[in-house]
Design a protein around this ligand. Structure first.
Ligand SMILES: [Zn+2]
Ligand SMILES: [Zn+2]
Ligand SMILES: [Zn+2]
Length: 140
């Protein structure tokens, strides 16, 4: 005998779904809604992280952001920490050890995020150019 009731809500199944699906249209829609938010924000976040990393790497490579000592321990060998991935150039320099530590400890990340961000040299040049009309070869 063909199953004509939804296996989820027990309600009647649409004729077009009988024999093909186990649940009704409404439950199917609900299922889609429940599943979607589970991956979309994570996916978005990953994309945003990737974009932020490549943007800041680009700035470091061009010399717009100059490598500094670790804001926490002063070690020389540092890497970029993003305070906010939505703001890719809002970065701080931390060493590998401190970086690993701050992403594990809530208190540490608060301390790091309260420090001033690494300066962007490009921004300073651009502002200067506007006010005193320096040649345009400074900015690409
Ligand atoms: Zn149903
Ligand atoms: Zn450090
Ligand atoms: Zn970080």
């Amino acid at each position: 005998m063909r199953k004509t009731t939804c296996s989820k809500c027990g309600g009647p199944m649409e004729e077009s779904r009988v024999g093909k699906y186990g649940y009704c249209k409404k439950c199917h829609a609900k299922n889609m809604r429940d599943n979607r938010p589970k991956w979309t924000p994570v996916y978005f976040e990953e994309k945003q992280k990737m974009r932020a990393r490549s943007r800041s790497r680009d700035y470091v490579n061009k010399g717009y952001i100059v490598k500094e000592r670790c804001v926490l321990c002063g070690k020389k060998d540092t890497e970029v920490h993003h305070r906010d991935y939505a703001d890719p150039l809002n970065v701080l320099w931390v060493c590998k050890d401190c970086h690993a530590a701050i992403h594990k400890a809530h208190e540490l990340i608060k301390i790091v995020n309260s420090k001033p961000a690494a300066p962007i040299i490009k921004g300073i040049k651009r502002r200067k150019r506007k006010s005193d009309g320096m040649p345009s070869d400074i900015q690409r």
